[in-house]
Design a protein around this ligand. Structure first.
Ligand SMILES: [Zn+2]
Length: 249
């Protein structure tokens, strides 16, 4: 037997409502994890979401709030709600990395990227080679624009990892990558060892020279790790100020 909605006990009504919120959470989550809403992008307004999901604004608000708690979305005062991470794992890793010592992050990067460079040199496809050349020249063109340089540098490192064609390694790195932007930003602004534009790294991968690729990936990260001991003094420079422009990282 079922009572009409408006006569159901309040516990049942709230259960139904919770079920509805869960459904909306799931719908929004799919938009995020599928990349339909990319990291950094603003999502539709509550009113628009309410129309899209055919639910009330209250339901939408609670669903969004839940994803804010999960670390996937971020509300920005007076601006809207933005995608912060593509998965719970990425969100958790981001928060973890944001609070980690930079040296520890660099050591993890070294662990993943040296292995990735070695595999990429063995497995890169003709399409990977085309992409790596393109991204490397984009990175060179981005010199002088810090935001663009950081974005292009991360894109290049992701492409090298993707050329490893190891899906587990790729997933691990992808979950780390948003958090790495900040790491790269400090590397390129403050503690870049020298003007390493990764040309030798990219060429070694393209040439299929696994040992050289691993050595190049290790080389620039070792230099950053060696410089990281003094970095605690300088990390704050990235907040504002005018740090020296370098192109490593
Ligand atoms: Zn780099």
């Amino acid at each position: 037997m079922s009572a009409p909605v408006n006569e159901a006990p309040s516990s049942l009504r709230s259960a139904r409502r919770a079920g509805l919120i869960d459904q909306v959470i799931e719908q929004l989550r799919v938009q995020i994890t599928s990349g339909a809403w990319a990291v950094g992008e603003r999502i539709p307004t509550e009113t628009e979401l309410s129309q899209l999901t055919a639910t009330s604004r209250n339901t939408v608000r609670e669903a969004v709030q839940s994803l804010v708690h999960a670390g996937l979305l971020e509300r920005r005062q007076g601006s809207g709600t933005y995608v912060l991470a593509a998965s719970e794992l990425a969100g958790a890793v981001s928060r973890r990395v944001a609070n980690a010592r930079r040296r520890d992050v660099l050591e993890v990067r070294r662990t993943l990227e040296v292995g990735a460079a070695r595999l990429a040199a063995c497995r890169r496809t003709p399409a990977d080679i085309v992409l790596l050349r393109e991204l490397h020249s984009d990175r060179l063109a981005a010199r002088g624009d810090l935001d663009e340089l950081v974005a292009q540098d991360v894109r290049l490192h992701r492409a090298i990892v993707q050329a490893s064609h190891n899906p587990v390694l790729i997933e691990l790195y992808e979950n780390l990558v948003e958090a790495l932007q900040e790491n790269v930003r400090v590397n390129v602004t403050v503690i870049a060892p020298e003007d390493d534009d990764h040309a030798t790294l990219v060429e070694a991968v393209i040439a299929g020279d696994a040992e050289a690729a691993a050595a190049e990936a290790a080389g620039f990260l070792d230099a950053l790790i060696a410089g990281s001991d003094k970095e605690d003094l300088v990390v704050d420079l990235t907040a504002d100020g005018a740090p020296p422009q370098r192109i490593g990282g």
